[in-house]
Design a protein around this ligand. Structure first.
Ligand code: PHE
Length: 414
């Protein structure tokens, strides 16, 4: 019997049929970009924290959580697609890399925190391109109120305060009802209270977005910030909302949010409270605020990247020369009973090429009419962020990709 183990953040874990974390991912778990001084992600975190001065601020370290904490505590059904090994990174059946900062909601509420922000690295298996990376950073925020007259007064007064801040601001908000048939109040909530809480959430986030995007300048009376609220669904909130911001000609998805499911507070042992939570991704916002064109740059250790930033300062990134890119195609037959997923392919590429892989696209999919065998063709685009790659080096990486594909998935290269 061979005991396979993975070493992550100094701890050793047995592997099993769920194990899919790769060395490339594991090697990034200690980096903590969101608290690295002068890093754009750290500046953005602080900017967000400065909009919630009277909240507790936490930056957690270890991304290792149980699937129970990541999913079950938050009312995810057993068949939710997010649980699949194709979507999430598992160390083994009992341990995974958190897919969102909501995994810490119950823990924070259990500690008695009533208003808090928590920033952390989160992990999702994904495609490879300029705006997707399997690791990114989120800020979770939450606030809960007492479900009595004084709690009600607290929300009302806060709503008044936040509304008056917005009244004179250069912002256009496309709103939707706080509660509707398709975005319902929870059965154990007072609809009036839930509505006030949802309103508090929206007002608070509208003010946050004004602060964050206002910091990038360019927002004036003639050119106001445009924010739109969209109905959403999350297993752990109801009603639920997403927010998009119109910036540089595009609607950007910024965050998910909603009124916290009572089951979450019950699990945390919190009684007689009602409140909201949101989860916001840092990378996409930082990319537009700092004009960072490729998400891999956040992971760069090149001084031409890092030296351009100072903690607390939002400035436009000056790209140093873009090195040439070069692509290689790979075509292969997959074994008849193969369950190989597109994300499996991407992880082989990432694990072999690291951040040299800029983009992976499937360019052909073919099912042989007689043999019923499936053939796939992928195009891998290679580019370094900080140097020129030689053909020999790319060929070498590509050869390694091919041989790993053969070893891991038994594919037959065409
Ligand atoms: N965790 C959700 C996500 O990652 C966002 C979210 C947080 C939604 C809190 C509702 C409340 O997509």
């Amino acid at each position: 019997l061979v005991l396979c183990r993975r070493r992550i953040l100094g701890q050793r874990f047995p592997t099993d049929d769920f194990t899919n974390v790769t060395p490339a991912i594991i090697s990034k778990t200690p980096l903590q970009l969101h608290i690295t001084p002068s890093h754009p992600l750290s500046t953005l975190r602080e900017l967000i924290e400065s909009a919630y001065k009277d909240f507790t601020h936490v930056s957690t370290s270890s991304p290792l959580v149980s699937p129970y904490k990541n999913f079950d505590e938050l009312s995810f059904p057993l068949d939710h697609p997010g649980r699949a090994t194709t979507d999430s990174y598992y160390v083994n059946r009992d341990m995974m890399l958190r897919t969102h900062t909501s995994a810490h909601e119950v823990e924070m509420f259990r500690k008695g925190e009533t208003r808090w922000l928590l920033t952390a690295d989160v992990y999702r298996r994904d495609e490879i391109d300029a705006s997707h990376y399997p690791i990114f950073h989120q800020v979770e925020g939450a606030r809960i109120f007492d479900t009595n007259a004084s709690g009600m007064t607290e929300v009302l007064e806060d709503n008044e305060r936040l509304s008056s801040l917005l009244a004179s601001a250069n912002i256009i908000i496309e709103d939707i009802p706080h509660i509707s048939d398709t975005n319902p109040v929870q059965h154990n909530h007072d609809p009036v209270f839930s509505e006030l809480v949802a309103k508090n959430l929206k007002l608070s986030l509208n003010n946050l977005l004004l602060k964050v995007f206002g910091a990038a300048a360019g927002i004036t009376k003639q050119n106001p910030l445009r924010v739109r609220w969209i109905e959403a669904y999350f297993p752990f909130t109801s009603p639920s909302f997403e927010v998009e911001v119109f910036f540089q000609g595009k609607w950007l998805e910024i965050l998910g949010s909603g009124v916290v499911r009572q089951a979450t507070l019950d699990t945390a042992g919190v009684e007689n409270k009602i409140g909201w939570a949101f989860g916001l991704g840092l990378e996409r916002i930082a990319m537009v605020l700092f004009s960072i064109p490729d998400i891999r740059l956040f992971w760069s250790t090149d001084s031409r990247f890092l030296s351009q930033f100072q903690q607390g300062k939002i400035n436009v990134f000056q790209p140093y020369s873009k090195y040439p890119s070069s692509y290689r195609d790979v075509s292969f037959w997959i074994p008849q009973d193969s369950k190989m997923h597109e994300n499996d392919f991407c992880d082989v590429v990432r694990d072999t090429a690291g951040d040299l892989a800029e983009d992976v696209k499937r360019i052909d999919h073919f099912c042989h009419p007689k043999t019923r065998r499936t053939s796939l063709c992928y195009r891998i685009n290679y580019r370094s962020m900080d140097r020129s790659l030689s053909n020999a080096e790319i060929n070498h990486v590509q050869d390694q990709v091919l041989s790993r594909l053969k070893d891991k998935f038994g594919v037959e290269i065409r």
